[in-house]
Design a protein around this ligand. Structure first.
Ligand code: CP
Length: 313
């Protein structure tokens, strides 16, 4: 991989390669000193123009575990506030010797634009409604490790909530369907993209009709910051129809997984304490995010699995 801009650029074998490499990274993370010199001498810059907890900190942890130097750019305290353009910002940081940019932006397509202003590798850490490829890879990693297989044929996954605004849904539908899973998108019609019939997924508005039949319930965040008009009659109506409640947990298969990309709106889409749901993988998703992002950084910066197995010095 030269860059990672979209999950859609990956086929099943690319996805499995990243997940296999992430297995090595989990092992590194379990060591007393969870650090290898694989990316010594490389510099990874995180450029977040939109808020983040999990993605930014897990990329920075991943880079440090591989011994890369890290540079954190905060738009709020940068010369962007004096009118410096994104292009000038990228060219400035490239001149400082950045090898990989990790980019989050509220506008779709910004990570792709960045590739034309730098010779460094570019990783999309979430762009607008478009894609969040490392989230989908870490979700697939979490599911496949829970089931002990990369082959998801026969697995049925419900992705529930605000599909319209969700880059996580777009990336996950591609990655999970590449691995063989069948997907049902569950959302109010007002939170469904116009192109939904072209997605490799079924769709319904009725969560209660499918919740007892699926193997994974993947709950999306209600993205109130992206809503420029009223998409649902009220949040309480949305919660009544789509939130995970104790009653809905009781209706799930006994071995079904419960997932959420975070951050969660407790009391809106999540009305149970997930730590009390045996199938919850929400904190496993966070932990696996570090290993998967180590694998992605290692791949875009030219590492190979065999090199890592030998210690990567
Ligand atoms: N899932 C996710 O992207 O979380 P953050 O916004 O905290 O990075």
């Amino acid at each position: 991989m030269r860059h990672l801009l979209a999950a859609r650029d990956l086929d099943a074998s690319d996805i499995v390669s990243v997940l296999d490499m992430a297995d090595y990274m989990v092992e590194i993370g379990s060591r007393a000193v969870p650090k290898v010199p694989a990316l010594r001498g490389k510099t990874v810059a995180s450029l977040f123009f939109e808020d983040s907890t999990r993605t930014r900190l897990s990329f920075e942890t991943a880079a440090k575990r591989l011994s890369a130097d890290t540079m954190t750019f905060s738009a709020a305290s940068s010369s962007v506030n004096k009118g410096e353009s994104l292009r000038d910002t990228i060219e400035t940081l490239t001149a400082m010797g950045v090898d990989a940019f990790v980019v989050r932006h509220k506008s779709s397509g910004v990570p792709l634009a960045v590739t034309s202003w730098t010779s460094a590798a570019v990783i999309n850490a979430g762009d607008g409604w478009h894609e969040h490829p490392t989230q989908a890879l870490l979700d697939a990693f979490t599911i496949t490790r829970s089931l002990n297989t990369r082959d998801l044929k026969g697995l049925r996954v419900a992705i529930v909530g605000d599909v319209l605004h969700s880059r996580v849904a777009r990336s996950n539908v591609h990655v999970l369907s590449c691995l063989g899973a069948s997907i049902v998108l569950v959302s109010p019609t007002s939170l469904r993209p116009a192109s939904i019939d072209e997605w490799p997924a079924e769709h319904t508005s009725n969560l209660d009709e499918v919740i007892s039949e699926v193997d994974v319930v993947y709950v999306l965040r209600m993205q109130r910051e992206r809503m420029d008009s009223a998409y649902v009659p009220s949040l309480s109506e949305y919660t009544k129809r789509y939130a995970i409640t104790a009653q809905r947990v009781a209706a799930m298969k006994s071995d079904a997984l419960l997932m959420h990309p975070g951050p969660m709106n407790r009391g809106v889409e999540m009305c149970v304490d997930p730590s009390e749901v045996p199938g919850s993988r929400i904190l496993a998703q966070v932990a696996n995010g570090v290993a998967v992002r180590m694998a992605v950084l290692f791949s875009v910066l030219g590492g190979t699995k065999s090199q890592l197995a030998q210690g990567a010095e």
